[in-house]
Write a protein that binds this ligand. Structure first.
Ligand code: FES
Length: 269
């Protein structure tokens, strides 16, 4: 291997070493300094190898091959044999460098992919479901559970699934509308508190009109008409939580929301 090739090989080796050190530092929770230095070493090695490759390996000359007399003389054949032999050596040398280059690129690419772990746990189906499940009681922010006898007619409470107080996706506004409203449980009706426009909490209840209003952009939802949009920029109704009054008098969900809560997204019709 000639000196220039050794320089390229050394640069590629440095690139591989840097990438491996970066992965090791990241996997063991090492300092950001080591991670930065190792990644810089790897990148510098690759850059150096690329420059060396461009200057020393890629041909930059125009070559003319003159037509020889036929048949070749013995001296020409000997010279050809010598050239072929040295060419084979050259091919072998370049093959080694090429393999080193691919290996270095592969490890460097791996080093760039590994930090994806830091993006946190996968979202899973969190965008499609809340923590409401069949049989879960409604829990207030202070931890108490809601009984059917707790609220007066036209009263409102913010509730969460039992054991998931504070879960933003699951926050629900519970309203005691009275028995005159169709399809409610014990005079109660419950809607997602996450506005379907931009996700603000739908916090205001207009008692006389039986409407919920979002304070952010004034979307208004009809409580007695399945949360339909009455006014404002929201383009679909508030999802309604299926509920019942249990035999123990506590209000419970009979399942999750039938559709994703909050603003629409592309998977949603
Ligand atoms: S977020 Fe509710 S109206 Fe805009």
């Amino acid at each position: 291997m000639i000196a220039k090739d050794r320089v390229i090989a050394a640069a590629l080796a440095a690139a591989m070493l840097g990438a491996v050190l970066f992965i090791a530092a990241y996997a063991t929770g090492g300092s950001r300094l080591y991670e930065g230095l190792s990644l810089a070493l790897s990148a510098a090695g690759l850059c150096g190898a690329a420059v060396g490759w461009a200057f020393w390996i890629l041909p930059d000359e125009q070559v003319e091959d003159e037509r020889d007399d036929y048949p070749s003389g013995a001296s020409d054949r000997a010279a050809e044999d010598l050239e072929t032999t040295s060419g084979l050596i050259d091919v072998t040398r370049k093959r080694l460098l090429t393999r080193m280059l691919y290996t270095a690129l592969g490890i460097f690419g791996l080093a760039l992919i590994v930090p994806i772990r830091s993006l946190g746990p996968a979202l899973g189906d969190a965008a499609f479901h809340t923590k409401w499940r069949k049989g879960l009681r409604m829990q207030r922010e202070n931890g108490s559970f809601v009984k059917a006898s707790d609220l007066n007619v036209d009263s409102v409470a913010t509730v969460f699934p039992e054991g998931a107080v504070g879960d933003a996706q699951s926050q629900t506004v519970l309203i005691r509308v009275g028995d005159g409203v169709a399809a409610n449980a014990g005079g109660y009706i419950a809607y997602s508190k996450v506005c379907t426009h931009a996700g603000c909490p739908v916090a205001l209840y207009r008692t006389a009109a039986k409407q919920l209003m979002c304070p952010c952009h004034q979307s208004i939802f009809d409580v007695v008409n399945d949360g339909a949009v009455v006014a404002g920029p929201a383009d679909h109704a508030l999802p309604r939580l299926p509920i019942e009054v249990g035999s123990d008098g506590y209000l419970r969900a009979t399942g999750d929301y039938p559709e994703p809560v909050g603003p629409g997204f592309w998977e949603r019709g």
